[in-house]
Design a protein around this ligand. Structure first.
Ligand SMILES: [Zn+2]
Length: 369
């Protein structure tokens, strides 16, 4: 059943100029030396995992298998003022000074290439454009297909392949310019969104809910007891889960934690930090395409109930190109009005058939034997 909804996918080729290549010379210094030592200790040739092929895979799939109701718009670059709502002045100056250079930013191998600073400005600005489209009523929902991703970026530190915190910049813009008071953020990327949590840690008007693989998995934060502080005490909600967790547990988290939290918080806008690295192909969790679709259905119902359906997805991680592109496609189909499936448990149907098939075989012919 389809109840057509209008969805805009935001995409901008300028983000593809972010392509760190560790084979070229980087700015020399202590960080370069340290990371080169780490990379030299690996048994395999290291390649930057967050590469332009990720967005190409998503856009190619949407061209080959168009989703009715989805249209496309270009992005735009964020201004320094927009970035400065969530990042410190000194951090922005340090990043801007790296224009046209190759440099490491963090020991976790986050790096920039000559086009990266512009790409990061466009990733943040494109996230703003997606929020504007929804807040201005030009679309029921929007999906910003952006890179570099954002949710590990802290106020004064780039981390985990993230330069600027795209979603946080978009949330702060919605509050400052678009008349939006309360923002609910759901982060279902498999890694904890330490940067987003940090930025809104003491903010009572932003509720941050994060379902992720538990520490010590990267970045190591996001334990249950991290619930915010000060005025924001209680508006940070962490759901750490073990490796291999699948659809049924994610659905339980959506129904029994995310839904009641949203009903309590009553947001004006819902943003989703949408990584697809919880899919089995990225080897950390076991969420299926049906799982991503079903979770989208729940978050869409929450947006309908509380904020006139205003819902914006912003891309985070996902490194296997097949599951990344198919995951994004599954989300978009539901945003465009397709009825989400109820995820099945893999093999359940088959084992029930097998039980029925073999049942007769174990009935003893002679009951005394
Ligand atoms: Zn991730």
């Amino acid at each position: 059943m389809t109840n057509r909804r209008d969805v805009v996918v935001f995409h901008d080729e300028r983000m593809q100029a972010h392509q760190p290549d560790s084979n070229v010379d980087f700015l020399p210094g202590r960080l370069d030396k340290r990371i080169r030592e780490i990379l030299a200790g690996l048994n395999v040739q290291w390649k930057y995992p967050e590469h332009p092929g990720r967005l190409t895979a998503i856009m190619d799939r949407l061209r080959l298998e168009p989703v009715p109701g989805v249209r496309f718009e270009p992005g735009k670059a964020a201004t320094r003022k927009q970035l400065a709502r969530v990042h410190t002045t000194s951090f922005l100056e340090h990043i801007f000074a790296l224009r046209d250079k190759n440099a490491w930013l963090d020991v976790d191998t986050t790096a920039v290439s000559p086009g990266s600073v512009k790409a990061a400005e466009v990733a943040a600005g494109t996230s703003i454009a997606a929020v504007e489209a929804v807040m201005e009523g030009r679309a029921d929902s929007a999906f910003a297909m952006v890179r570099p991703p954002g949710h590990h970026a802290e106020p004064a530190r780039a981390r985990g392949f993230c330069l600027f915190n795209n979603l946080a910049v978009a949330a702060a813009h919605a509050q400052a310019e678009l008349g939006c008071r309360r923002v609910l953020i759901l982060d279902w990327d498999v890694h904890h969104g330490n940067g987003t949590q940090n930025i809104f840690w003491a903010d009572p008007d932003v509720m941050f809910i994060d379902i992720h693989r538990a520490s010590p998995f990267y970045p190591g934060s996001g334990v249950l007891q991290e619930t915010g502080a000060g005025l924001g005490e209680g508006t940070t909600v962490n759901v750490p889960l073990p490796a291999g967790t699948g659809d049924s547990v994610y659905m339980k988290a959506m129904r029994e934690i995310v839904a009641p939290a949203a009903d309590y918080f009553k947001p004006d806008l819902i943003l989703v930090s949408s990584g697809f690295d919880a899919h089995a192909y990225d080897l950390a969790m076991n969420v299926s395409y049906e799982g991503f679709a079903a979770m989208t259905g729940i978050v869409q119902q929450l947006a309908d109930r509380h904020c006139g359906g205003r819902l914006v997805f912003i891309l985070e991680g996902g490194y296997n190109l097949e599951s990344l592109s198919r995951g994004a496609h599954s989300v978009l189909r539901v945003l465009a009005g397709e009825q989400p499936p109820e995820p099945s448990v893999c093999g359940l149907e088959e084992i029930e058939a097998a039980i029925a098939y073999h049942r007769e075989a174990f009935i003893a012919l002679d009951p005394d034997h």
